[in-house]
Design a protein around this ligand. Structure first.
Ligand code: S3P
Length: 425
């Protein structure tokens, strides 16, 4: 797991299944009638947390690596769990499941690790309570543990103050349990996997600009879903390929849904050489193969409506900016402070430890790229995306890069180091 500078990056790889889509496949399968079969499922700790929560509520789920079979029991088929639902490190599990539990006639408690207990849940407690949900933060701090007494909900229109697919999805999922139409408008469009996939399961979902609506009490039917590769995982190798010398790398089968592809647009704006082939649609999602070549990069401005389309990629975009000539400004990204770690702090302090010229701002950071970076001991705060981003930073730095907790990559990408080793020469 110690990273040393490389001479060449080459090969053809795939990345594990999309995390957002894997979570949703399990959840929507559980509340549909009949069998849902997922292939390409992300077998990482976060998605395993989602599986285990539904198993504790009486849903039969069989998982073998990236293949998952869910025996759905319909909208009202969850049984009351006899123990706490452990969401681990997963914000997606916590927020989306809360929407489902609010409408299910059972009592449940959700809790997770130290990071999840600090993440803001007021953003879902507010709209779900407006719908009539009984959802309580047990420590009174708007964080987990959350106790949810499910029951009768009514539909609302929610004007969300935050561009968050997790908030949007929690409200839409609760909307499945309401008579009538529930809708959410967000300030900027966030990832739309819930809308696309719910439609596939048979729900009446409409989307227009920044507003998504769902008609309540649908009949949902189990589906066969092929989960495409996660662009958030591909992002590490895209940046590695661009910043390292002698790259000839292809990543096959990457989800390039336009609500997720901001990393590609930013890389191109910085002068990154990317080639897209075999553009196709798989289970309602856009997919392509991406070929990356070493590139001379220059700084750019990353802000505004593009932010939700690359929110999880900002740590590795910051690494890319540190290797680019000139200034990169990342702004409008205050959401970074409430991810698995405060990612403005974690990115800035680790880049500084490697010798980069970077300053934190209220809603992002300013990076003066082009300085020679040197290896350092990275403080990950057990944040998987920090560990992977700085493993990439180390590939072109002087000396060795080490980690206080490199194992945390298992949250979203257990085979990260194995794949990295395969393409680095
Ligand atoms: C996710 C949405 C994003 C993202 C997270 C996964 C999802 O969070 O950061 O990793 O699957 O809906 P927000 O929508 O809260 O920004």
């Amino acid at each position: 797991m110690n990273i040393k500078p490389i001479r060449e990056l080459s090969g053809e790889i795939t990345v594990p299944g999309d995390k957002s889509i894997s979570h949703r496949g399990v959840m929507f399968g559980a509340i549909s009638q009949g069998i849902t079969e997922l292939s390409g499922f992300l077998d990482g700790a976060d998605c395993r947390s989602t599986i285990s929560c539904f198993q504790k509520m009486g849903i039969e789920i069989h998982q073998e690596n990236d293949h998952v079979i869910i025996h759905g029991k319909g909208l009202y088929g969850l049984s009351e769990p006899s123990e706490i639902l452990d969401v681990g490190n997963s914000g997606t599990t916590t927020r989306l499941i809360s929407g489902i539990l609010s409408g299910s006639p059972i009592i449940s408690t959700l809790n997770g690790d130290a990071s999840i207990q600090k993440r803001p849940m007021g953003r879902i407690i507010t709209p779900l309570s407006m719908m009539g949900a009984d959802i309580v933060s047990l420590r009174g701090n708007n964080c987990a543990p959350l106790k949810i007494t499910g029951g009768h909900l009514h539909s609302i229109h929610y004007d969300s103050p935050v561009a968050s697919a997790q908030v949007k999805s929690a409200v839409l999922l609760a909307g499945l349990y309401c008579d009538g139409i529930t809708s959410v408008t967000e300030p900027v469009l966030s990832r739309n996997h819930t809308e696309l996939m719910l439609k596939g399961f048979g729900a009446d979902v409409t989307s227009q600009d920044r507003c998504a609506s769902v008609k309540g009490l649908p009949k949902l039917y189990g589906q066969k879903i092929t989960v495409p590769g996660d662009i958030s995982s591909a992002a590490y190798f895209i940046v590695a390929g661009l910043i390292c010398p002698n790259t000839s790398l292809t990543i096959k089968n990457v989800n390039c849904n336009p609500t997720r592809d901001g990393i590609l647009k930013v890389a191109e704006a910085m002068g990154g050489k990317l080639k897209y082939d075999n553009l196709r649609e798989v289970s309602g999602e856009k997919v392509c193969d991406i070929t990356i070549s070493s590139s001379e990069l220059t700084g750019t401005v990353v802000g505004g409506d593009i932010i939700p389309t690359l929110i999880d990629e900002i740590p590795v975009i910051a690494v890319m900016a540190a290797y680019a000539k000139g200034e990169t400004v990342i702004k409008d990204a205050g959401e970074l402070k409430v991810k698995e770690s405060n990612r403005i702090d974690s990115v800035v302090s680790n880049l500084q430890a490697m010798g980069a010229d970077v300053l934190a701002t209220e809603d992002g950071m300013i990076i003066h790229g082009g300085k020679t970076l040197h290896g350092a001991k990275i403080t990950t705060k057990s944040d998987h995306r920090i560990a992977m981003s700085f493993a990439i930073a180390g590939l072109n730095a002087l000396g060795e890069t080490t980690f206080d907790d490199g194992e945390c990559v298992a949250i979203s990408y257990p085979e990260f180091y194995t794949t990295l080793e395969k393409i680095c020469h």
